[in-house]
Design a binder for this molecule. Structure first.
Ligand code: ZN
Length: 351
């Protein structure tokens, strides 16, 4: 159960932080001590959550916030899980607020997984509250060492949450998903471990494909201009410069100044293609195309990328592997590379 405590009450939660502060300063008011006591009890309660010793007939009821997390749980959990994803295709996690029916699903779940790192900014309080009563794990926040994370450019005390854009980081999140499932149902450990190993091979294949086709783009063209700053981990992994119109969160407004600056960059560097995103308004991207045209530089929309949400269910892009393969293939094609045959059933791009 030790692992259960570590992941549920990670240093970012109010529970752990509250207790640590109280113990660090002995002379507190009575009220503060009561708060600390409540926090300690909450930690004990979380550690005492029952795990299933034997797999019962019913699969584990798991609720995931984003599609990418739901997909990871499905890949590792297989038939031992029944997954509900709160955010569907095209839904922006930065601004998503829970519905009444979400709360019902969350409180009934055997396991709740969320991303953390300030991605689901509007759900944080709810998640911390739920974590006092049931098994709740912030998978990306607990899986990744801070040294591997990029800082948010607008808020230096926060991290860029878009880690799924780098398959080598995402594999650690998948491992955290495996560990969370094992904690919830230890008797299915062998199944979860075998599924995670098989999925790892697919992640390796995706990473190999991505590296190969992205390197086929001429070095001068390796610039990715998108609607918001979701692709910085992608850029770091594959050697692409990334320019977003909006900051890391879609809640920050793109300023006219930023659009003007980017138009200047597009014209100066003769960047021929920029990209729209499935979960972000196209308005700013269109403003760039028109701004460049006004300066006599033609830039086209190179295609739609999946940034913060996957594609439609039952399509190749409705899985994590397909989402990334689609992005890589679309980017390589639009920027003059050879996208070859993408993995995960994604159709080759049309030039
Ligand atoms: Zn985002």
């Amino acid at each position: 159960m030790i692992r259960g405590m570590d992941v549920s009450a990670h240093p970012g939660t109010q529970t752990r932080a509250g207790a640590a502060t109280a113990f660090g300063r002995p002379r507190r008011t009575g009220q503060a001590w009561l708060g600390a006591l409540a926090a300690v009890l909450a930690v004990l309660l979380v550690t005492a959550l029952p795990a299933r010793a034997q797999p019962s007939g019913e699969p584990l009821d798991v609720v995931a916030t984003t599609g990418m997390l739901g997909d990871a749980i499905k890949a590792v959990g297989g038939e031992r899980v029944s997954v509900t994803t709160l955010m569907g295709p095209g839904v922006d996690p930065h601004t998503y607020r829970q519905t009444r029916s979400d709360i019902g699903r969350l409180t009934r779940a055997d396991l709740v997984v969320w991303h953390g790192l300030n991605l689901e900014a509007q759900l944080e309080k709810l998640m911390h509250d739920l974590a006092r009563r049931q098994r709740v794990v912030a998978l990306a926040e607990t899986a990744l060492p801070r040294a591997d994370l990029l800082a948010d450019e607008d808020y230096p005390d926060r991290y860029d949450p878009h880690v799924w854009m780098d398959p080598s980081l995402w594999e650690r999140v998948v491992q955290a998903a495996r560990d969370a499932l094992i904690d919830a149902e230890p008797a299915s450990r062998a199944v979860f471990e075998a599924n995670a190993r098989a999925y790892q091979l697919k992640l390796d294949e995706l990473d190999d494909y991505s590296r190969k086709v992205l390197e086929s783009v001429p070095p001068k063209g390796r610039v990715l201009v998108t609607a918001h700053d979701a692709f910085r981990y992608f850029g770091r992994a594959y050697g692409y410069e990334v320019l977003g119109i909006q900051g890391i969160s879609t809640e920050s407004e793109a300023s006219l100044h930023q659009v003007e600056r980017l138009v200047g960059e597009l014209a100066k560097r003769q960047i021929g293609a920029i990209f729209v995103e499935s979960s972000v308004s196209e308005r700013n991207v269109r403003a760039l195309v028109e701004g460049a045209a006004a300066r006599g530089h033609t830039v086209r929309v190179g295609g739609e990328l999946y940034s913060d949400a996957m594609g439609a269910p039952d399509t190749p892009e409705g899985t994590y592997l397909g989402m990334i393969a689609h992005n890589v293939s679309t980017i390589a094609c639009a920027l003059g590379g050879d996208a070859g045959q993408p993995p995960a059933g994604v159709a080759p791009c049309k030039k």
